[in-house]
Every structure is written in C-alpha cells, then in structure tokens.
Ligand binder design. Structure first.
Ligand SMILES: NC(=O)c1ccc[n+]([C@@H]2O[C@H](COP(=O)([O-])OP(=O)(O)OC[C@H]3O[C@@H](n4cnc5c(N)ncnc54)[C@H](OP(=O)(O)O)[C@@H]3O)[C@@H](O)[C@H]2O)c1
Length: 290
C-alpha cells in the first residue's frame, strides 16, 4: 500500500492541543522507572522466568523489536506473522542464538479460528500466557474521497477485528498478574488529513483497552495501549520521499523518527513491576512530536 498524502506532514494540531485532548503518561517516565527497578540491567538472554509472551505481527518492524526485547527480558516468546515466514524464522533463530526461547506461528489476526489456534500454540509450547501484545496492524492514509471499499475493509479487518479477536482471547487466557498491551497511534489525537479510517480504527482499540482493563478486575492483569508517533518501519516510510521523512523527523525535539526499539522499551516497561499501577491507559510514545 502506498500513502498518497502524509498525515503527519499535513497535521496542524499543536502538541499542546494533543496533550489537552488525551490522558497522556510520558513514556520516558515509564522507561526510566523500569530501568531503575532493574538496575538498568535487564535479564540477559536465556534467563527465562517461565513466563510466556505472544506478540502479533512480530515478523518485522515494531513487533519484531518487542519480541526481541521481551526475549531479552526473559520471556519465552511466540512470534506471530501473517505472510513473512522467512523473517519470522530468522528472528526466532536470532533469539535462540542469544540464548532465548522463541517460536514462530502463522495466523491472520482477522481470522478468529486462527487466533484461537495461535493462543493454543503458546499455551501448549510454553505452558501458559503472561503477556499479549496486540501489535499487528496496517495503515493506509488517503483522503476520504480516495479511499476504496477494499482498503477501508482491510484496515478495519486487521486493526479492529484482528485486535478484538486478539484481546478477546487474551481476556480468556492471560494468567493472573499478566499484561495486555495494544499498539495504537498518536494519530488518534493528531487526526491529520488522510488518517480518518486508520485513526478511527486505533481509537476503537483504545476503547477496547479501557473497557477490558475494567472487565479484568480482580485478576491483577494490566491492560494498556501504547500510541507511537512516526516510527522508522516500512509502515511509515513506504510511499514517502526522503525529504518528507526528514521533515517529519524534524518535528520532534530529538530531530529523529522513533525506532522500533524505542517502542519496545515502553512495552517492556509496562510489563515491569514498577508499572503495575498503570492500567487502562494510553501511553503516547512519540518523542514529543509537535
Ligand atoms: N510505524 C509507525 O510509524 C507506527 C506509528 C504508530 C502506530 N504504529 C502501529 O504499530 C504496529 C506495528 O507497526 P509497524 O510499523 O511495525 O508495521 P510493519 O512494519 O508494517 O509490520 C506490520 C506487522 O504486522 C503483521 N501483520 C499485518 N497484517 C497482519 C494480519 N492480518 N495478521 C497477522 N499479522 C499481520 C505483519 O506481518 P507479515 O509481514 O507477516 O504480513 C508485520 O509483522 C501497528 O499496529 C501500527 O499501526 C506504527
């Protein structure tokens, strides 16, 4: 899919307006808290604590970085992919070479039966599920007038239906004390031209997270969303010129795009002991994008 307009470049909403419109917890604070709690030294690879994590859409991009980070932090990891088998297998081997435990599992998150089997695979292989990251997502940013029925259906099928199937199975199966995290987007508040269906699909996901956090009361499971700004993956860079990408990077105080590892660090922090009191929230991880 290609972007015909850049929602970030076209956005005119100030950071102040974004902050006013949303319940924002600075991601940097979470990462700092996690680093402090672990003495800035995460578990080295191979030191599993017999907990398992399932990451959807982990063959590449942000999901792959999350899977790598959770493996480094001691989780046994299921790496879900839809079509990129070679990349998923390569990531499993990389984690195993570093002493971690991982396996790849194909499933289209838009297929409820496939999602059930994905969770079965995690339980049968690792004995249970402690962390679920609903990361699989697709973006297509064009103005309303240009969006086809097929593209609209695709966004809704993966981002809403797929996230619902993933979160429903997570609600049924994540063990007490676990964590459920979904990947939203800063576009839910930026609402840039061209972002309508994509941002709306992510806004639905934020509602899912908030409601699910309440429904799981009593099980000591936290449910949160992480909402990145532009991150250096093919989802963001495809269809943009180097000049357009540089212009977006210039809009963050650090003058760079987010990297997948930046987002993985926030997810890891939410799975850490110091973030147990953060529940039902949307964490904006966008480097202070304005
Ligand atoms: N990159 C950004 O700037 C940005 C910003 C805000 C939010 N996000 C969100 O962060 C998440 C990850 O984005 P990304 O940038 O890492 O994207 P990406 O590089 O395009 O990777 C997308 C991943 O999702 C998987 N996937 C897509 N459709 C799937 C399906 N139906 N079933 C299972 N897996 C599926 C892909 O698997 P295959 O390769 O096997 O198809 C791939 O592993 C998405 O939810 C996205 O909306 C990204």
């Amino acid at each position: 899919m290609t972007d015909t307009i850049d929602p970030i470049l076209n956005d005119r909403v100030s950071r102040r307006a974004v902050l006013a419109a949303a319940s924002v917890v600075p991601a940097t604070a979470l990462v700092a808290a996690h680093a402090q709690s672990s003495g800035n030294a995460p578990l080295s690879s191979g030191r599993t604590h017999n907990k398992a994590a399932l990451v959807t859409g982990a063959s590449r991009g942000i999901g792959a970085a999350i899977a790598q980070r959770l493996a480094r932090d001691g989780y046994q990891v299921v790496i879900n992919y839809r079509g990129s088998k070679d990349q998923a297998v390569a990531l499993v081997r990389e984690i195993q070479r570093a002493g971690g435990q991982a396996l790849e599992a194909q499933a289209d998150v838009g297929d409820s039966q496939a999602v059930r089997q994905l969770f079965d695979t995690c339980e049968q292989s690792f004995g249970g599920i402690d962390v679920v990251v609903a990361n699989a997502g697709v973006a297509h940013t064009v103005p309303f007038a240009e969006m086809t029925d097929e593209d609209f259906e695709h966004i809704m099928n993966v981002n809403i239906r797929g996230s619902f199937y993933t979160l429903r199975e997570a609600a049924r199966r994540v063990r007490e004390g676990g964590h459920i995290i979904a990947l939203s987007s800063s576009l839910t508040v930026l609402r840039s031209p061209g972002s309508g269906p994509y941002a709306a699909s992510k806004a639905a996901l934020e509602v899912f997270v908030n409601v699910l956090a309440k429904e799981l009361a009593g099980r000591q499971i936290s449910v949160n969303a992480v909402a990145p700004g532009p991150v250096n993956t093919s989802l963001f860079t495809t269809g943009k010129t180097p000049e357009q990408i540089a212009a977006v990077a210039a809009r963050t105080p650090h003058k760079r795009l987010g990297e997948p590892a930046d987002i993985a660090a926030v997810v890891a922090a939410l799975c850490g002991p110091d973030c147990a009191w953060i529940n039902g929230q949307v964490i904006f991880a966008n480097g202070g994008l304005v």
